[in-house]
Design a protein around this ligand. Structure first.
Ligand SMILES: C[S@@+](CC[C@H](N)C(=O)[O-])C[C@H]1O[C@@H](n2cnc3c(N)ncnc32)[C@H](O)[C@@H]1O
Length: 273
């Protein structure tokens, strides 16, 4: 009953999860006065969506909740603003962030024809280079650390299984297996007209970030969002971002999500207000 109060976005998510209604047995119980229920506010409705999506994707992502929440809000915002384009993630691991994009999209616009392009080696990170910094080198050497995650390896089969388990595997999810240095330029050569609404970069290192920026940034729509997951985490990623913006003389601001766990850029030619 409470569902009637909720925006469509929320209803789609919640209704997908509801168990079939079971008829109550016909017994005559004394009437009980129901406590008055307060209609949920827009904020509480949004919070419920967040929690539902987060709970579903949590096992498949190493990104903190704040980053996934920001991603869901980004999907909502680009639908609100009618920013055109597909979704792209470079650095998928087990597919949690990618699944969050898809779940948010389904909840907001079930008939959306946008594609979700997922680039990864599906065999883990390439070796750290000196430009990635001493912390990155230390991380890759510490193979027994609980944060090593098998060098962030997850096979294509595992990711596809995860998507299937969440009911998200369909023809609009495209997987590109191999090193970004090959797959990303090949993609652009093959589909030069692609427009991107959200570009999520999560490839950790300098070279991985650089090749994605060089090839995919030009395809991002005006007011599209580029999320740089590792901007604060790894030195090389930050250098790649600064180099790219500097080299192309771009005024696009680097912004932080509230807890500084990742950064993002809104691709906007000029400040408006
Ligand atoms: C930190 S994980 C991604 C985390 C994921 N987005 C999540 O939701 O948890 C980094 C991923 O980037 C991939 N990767 C990094 N550099 C790459 C490259 N040059 N080519 C292909 N894959 C790369 C790794 O295989 C790994 O799956």
């Amino acid at each position: 009953m409470l569902l009637a109060y909720l925006p469509k976005f929320l209803r789609n998510v919640l209704q997908a999860d509801r168990a079939p209604t079971i008829a109550e047995p016909a017994v005559n119980l004394p009437a009980v006065e129901e406590p008055a229920l307060e209609a949920p506010t827009a904020e509480s409705a949004e919070e419920t969506v967040m929690q539902t999506v987060l709970q579903k994707v949590r096992p498949y992502s190493m990104v903190p909740d704040s980053g996934i929440e920001f991603l869901i809000r980004s999907v909502q915002s680009l639908f609100d603003q009618q920013i055109e384009g597909d979704f792209v993630e470079c650095g998928v691991w087990k597919g949690g962030c990618a699944a969050a994009i898809k779940l948010a999209e389904l909840a907001l616009q079930p008939d959306s024809q946008r594609l979700l392009h997922l680039f990864d080696s599906y065999e883990g990170l390439p070796p750290v280079q000196p430009i990635d910094g001493p912390m990155a080198a230390g991380w890759q050497q510490a193979v027994d650390s609980p944060w090593y995650f098998d060098n962030c390896a997850a096979s294509l089969e595992v990711v596809q299984q995860n998507f299937a388990q969440l009911g998200l595997l369909d023809a609009r999810v495209q997987f590109y297996k191999g090193w970004f240095e090959t797959t990303v330029p090949e993609f652009v050569k093959r589909y030069p007209e692609t427009k991107i609404a959200i570009l999520r970069l999560d490839g950790d290192w300098y070279e991985s970030t650089k090749v994605c920026l060089e090839n995919l940034y030009p395809l991002v729509s005006e007011k599209g969002i580029i999320i740089i997951d590792d901007y604060y985490a790894w030195d090389g990623c930050a250098v790649a971002v600064h180099e790219y913006l500097g080299k192309h003389g771009l005024n696009h601001r680097i912004r932080s999500i509230p807890d500084f766990s990742s950064a993002y850029i809104i691709k906007q030619a000029h400040r408006e207000a």
